[in-house]
Design a protein around this ligand. Structure first.
Ligand code: AMP
Ligand code: ZN
Ligand code: FE
Ligand code: FE
Length: 273
C-alpha cells in the first residue's frame, strides 16, 4: 500500500487542480493520498470526485498555520467535520490574515523599487482560497526579478529578508483542540524544519500529545537522516503515529514529488482504521 499524507493543490499554493493532483497521484502509483491545502478545505469535493474515478482513497485534510512561542508551526488535520463552527471561525481568521498581509508585502517590495500590483499576485492565486507568499514569488518570477520560487524566498520572503511580513496564525494548542473537537486527527507537519527543532523538544511534544496530538510527520524532505531517526524514536517512545509524506506542490516545489516519502500501512491504520 503506497500512502502519501501531505499534498497541496491550487486551492492553496500547489499548482495542480485537486482533480489533476489525484490523477497524478494515481499515475505515480499512490493508493491512498491526503489533500492538505493550507488553511482551507475548498479542494475536498473536487478531489473526492476525482478519487472515486481514479480508484484512489482520498483522506480529507488541511495544513493549518499555527504558532508556538511565536514561531511558525504547521499542523496537519485529517477527516474532521469541515462545517464545525469553532474550527471554521479560526480558519477564517487565518485566511483573513493571509489576505491582509498582501498590501504590506507589496509596500515593502515597492520600497525596494519592485513594483507589483495586488492583481499581479491574484493572477497567480485565482483558484486559491488560501493565498500566500508563493503567489507573490510567482509574480516576482514573472517580472524577471528572480528565477524561481526558492530564489524569491531566499532573497525577499523569509523572516529576516526585506519583504517578509508576519501574519496571524492560530495558537498550536488551540488548533489541535479544535481539530480534535471537530472529530479529526492531528499530526505535526515537518516538526523539525526551519529551526523549529529548538521549540519542539520531546517534552513539548509529550505535552501536545496530552491535549490530543496523534502523530509526527517523521519522513519529510526537510528532515535529514539523523533527525528522522531521532523523531522516529520520539514517536515510538511517546506512542505517536509516525507518518511520511511528500508535501507535493506540483511544479511549485522542486524535489517534492508525489510519494517521495510515504506512510507505512500499520501507522496509517492507527489513524484511520
Ligand atoms: P505562507 O503560506 O504565505 O506563509 O508561505 C509559506 C509556504 O511557502 C510554505 O508552506 C511553502 O509551501 C512555501 N515555502 C516556504 N519556504 C519556502 C522556500 N524557502 N522556498 C520555496 N517555498 C517556500
Ligand atoms: Zn505550501
Ligand atoms: Fe508546511
Ligand atoms: Fe505543506
Amino acid at each position: 500500500m503506497t500512502i502519501d499524507l501531505h499534498t497541496h493543490s491550487n486551492k492553496s499554493d500547489g499548482t495542480d487542480s485537486p482533480k489533476e493532483l489525484i490523477q497524478n497521484a494515481a499515475a505515480a502509483g499512490l493508493e491512498i493520498v491526503a489533500l492538505t491545502d493550507h488553511d482551507s478545505t475548498e479542494g475536498w469535493a473536487e478531489a473526492a470526485g476525482a478519487a472515486k474515478r481514479a480508484d484512489v482513497r482520498l483522506i480529507r485534510g488541511i495544513e493549518i498555520s499555527t504558532k508556538l512561542d511565536g514561531k511558525s508551526i504547521h499542523l496537519l488535520g485529517y477527516e474532521f467535520d469541515p462545517k464545525n463552527k469553532p474550527l471554521l471561525t479560526e480558519l477564517g481568521k487565518v485566511l483573513d490574515g493571509r489576505n491582509s498581509r498582501l498590501p504590506a508585502t507589496l509596500e515593502r517590495l515597492r520600497g525596494l523599487g519592485i513594483n507589483i500590483d495586488a492583481k499581479d499576485v491574484r493572477r497567480h492565486s485565482v483558484n486559491a482560497a488560501a493565498m500566500g507568499r508563493p503567489h507573490v514569488a510567482d509574480a516576482l518570477v514573472e517580472l524577471g526579478v528572480v528565477a524561481n520560487r526558492d530564489e524569491a524566498f531566499a532573497h525577499y520572503l523569509t523572516p529576516g529578508k526585506p519583504a517578509y511580513v508576519d501574519r496571524y496564525a492560530a495558537d498550536l494548542v488551540t488548533a489541535i483542540q479544535l481539530v480534535k473537537a471537530a472529530g479529526g486527527r492531528t499530526v505535526l507537519a515537518h516538526p523539525w524544519s526551519r529551526g523549529s527543532k529548538r521549540i519542539l523538544s520531546k517534552s513539548r511534544i509529550a505535552s501536545l500529545k496530552e491535549i490530543g496530538l496523534d502523530g509526527l510527520e517523521v519522513d519529510h524532505n526537510d528532515h535529514g537522516e539523523e533527525d528522522r531517526a531521532h523523531l522516529a524514536q520520539i514517536a515510538r517512545e511517546l506512542d505517536l503515529v509516525r507518518t511520511g509524506s511528500s508535501d507535493y506542490h506540483g511544479t511549485g516545489k522542486v524535489g517534492f514529488d508525489l510519494g517521495c516519502n510515504t506512510t507505512a500501512y500499520d501507522q496509517f491504520r492507527r489513524l484511520f482504521g
